[in-house]
Design a protein around this ligand. Sequence first.
Ligand SMILES: NC(=O)c1ccc[n+]([C@@H]2O[C@H](COP(=O)([O-])OP(=O)(O)OC[C@H]3O[C@@H](n4cnc5c(N)ncnc54)[C@H](OP(=O)(O)O)[C@@H]3O)[C@@H](O)[C@H]2O)c1
Length: 341
Amino acid sequence: MSGLSNKRIVLASRPIGEPKTDDFRLETSTIAPIKDDEVLIKTLYLSLDPYMRGRMSAAKSYADPVAIGEVMVAETAGIVVESKSDRYAVGDYVCCRSGWQEYFVSHHKDPMTYKVDPDKVPLSAYLGVCGMPGRTAYFGLIREGKPVAGETLVVSAASGAVGSVVGQIGKKLGLHVVGIAGGEKKCAYVKEELGFDECVDYKATDFDSALKTACPKGIDIYFESVGGAVTEAVAKQFNLGARAPICGFIASYNATDITKERTPFHIFGELENPPEHKFFLVFDHYADFAEANNALTDWVANGEIKYKETIADGLELASEYFSWLFSGKNFGKLVVKVADE
Ligand SMILES: NC(=O)c1ccc[n+]([C@@H]2O[C@H](COP(=O)([O-])OP(=O)(O)OC[C@H]3O[C@@H](n4cnc5c(N)ncnc54)[C@H](OP(=O)(O)O)[C@@H]3O)[C@@H](O)[C@H]2O)c1
């Protein structure tokens, strides 16, 4: 297997504002022979996620930036094609942190490489509803949002990878769940397919009043993923004792200077009675990942939680697909199909 040609996408320059395709470079490397305790993994699906925009920037953050010339970071789902490990056999399906490339050599003790079972849920779902975004929804709502049955939960980016799961778990917990999404098609899906009580279109001119109508008892929990005008509208309707777990604020990620952005921290901090709010990371709950993985795969396998994916074709176009997360062209979890088995 060594000597395999490996297409990979590296960061060529730090994007200013919205990333452009020439901020990335397609390269071909050669896979070296694997050593004892290593496995060679062929990427089948690549996950594209908003956090990657932060890694393209040199600004200080919770994680190191991707270096110029380095392979872009990403979780992928793939298949073991060669093994010198007694823990993995050829044909095993795995998730790993290979980055934007066709092949990845993993040490068998790498904690970010783990087996998954595509007989239980489809392989690509381990990158979305049963993967990092699903776990973010699970811990973000249950542990950070501290829901109580009967309360009103508002979820931004409601049709997306994280938001769609937050709202469905909210319904299971007996909450009145209101989604916020862009456009009639996404709102109809959130309400009719995912079973949220309401979904409000933030691009419509009557957004503020429609949100108020959808939350007649005010807002107890706001699951924050977007920031900007959506957050300004939500902030007017918090009840005393509200919680607003800050998962992200995608509306600011392409800002030329993020330090000058008006973030949810500014918006909530100015309120007379601010909700309890802090940024949380899914990895804060790393010790309990198995709990979320088991719950989510069970719920998806038995149809209790639904999901949607946009599966785009071809690693070469990954940087173009990445921009869809910011325009809303993705509908559900954005995944790139890299190869057939
Ligand atoms: N803290 C953590 O550990 C953690 C982990 C995972 C994800 N996250 C965060 O969770 C959020 C959602 O991630 P995801 O993977 O689920 O993405 P996603 O919702 O599948 O895709 C992004 C969606 O954001 C919406 N959006 C983009 N720009 C917007 C804007 N300016 N105003 C309002 N909505 C906008 C778009 O939906 P519409 O078409 O509806 O506008 C787009 O489809 C992101 O902020 C991400 O950084 C955080």
